[in-house]
Design a protein around this ligand. Sequence first.
Ligand SMILES: NC(=O)c1ccc[n+]([C@@H]2O[C@H](COP(=O)([O-])OP(=O)(O)OC[C@H]3O[C@@H](n4cnc5c(N)ncnc54)[C@H](OP(=O)(O)O)[C@@H]3O)[C@@H](O)[C@H]2O)c1
Length: 66
Amino acid sequence: MKIVIIGGSGLIGSKLVINLRHRGHEVLAASPDSGGNTITGEGLAEALAGAEVVVDVSNSSRATTR
Ligand SMILES: NC(=O)c1ccc[n+]([C@@H]2O[C@H](COP(=O)([O-])OP(=O)(O)OC[C@H]3O[C@@H](n4cnc5c(N)ncnc54)[C@H](OP(=O)(O)O)[C@@H]3O)[C@@H](O)[C@H]2O)c1
């Protein structure tokens, strides 16, 4: 199952990515730096393509300065 973690590079998200990968899931960590900005939409469609589950653990307050 492909699972997208919005904010997957963050403190919480990175732990979630590791845990889900340990359980054998295909996990994509999405963030503005890696592609997948929930404020601007940049890279979001590509990141979400084929995903069955999306988990949003982003901290959007930093995104407005990008
Ligand atoms: N840490 C805690 O103890 C704690 C406790 C309770 C609740 N929370 C909540 O959990 C969430 C995550 O916290 P955290 O401590 O893991 O935050 P963090 O370390 O600051 O990580 C934030 C993540 O959100 C991403 N992000 C920022 N703007 C985004 C956008 N527009 N689109 C997509 N991703 C975006 C960041 O990407 P970049 O790396 O590219 O900037 C990063 O991956 C927050 O909502 C926070 O309020 C955290």
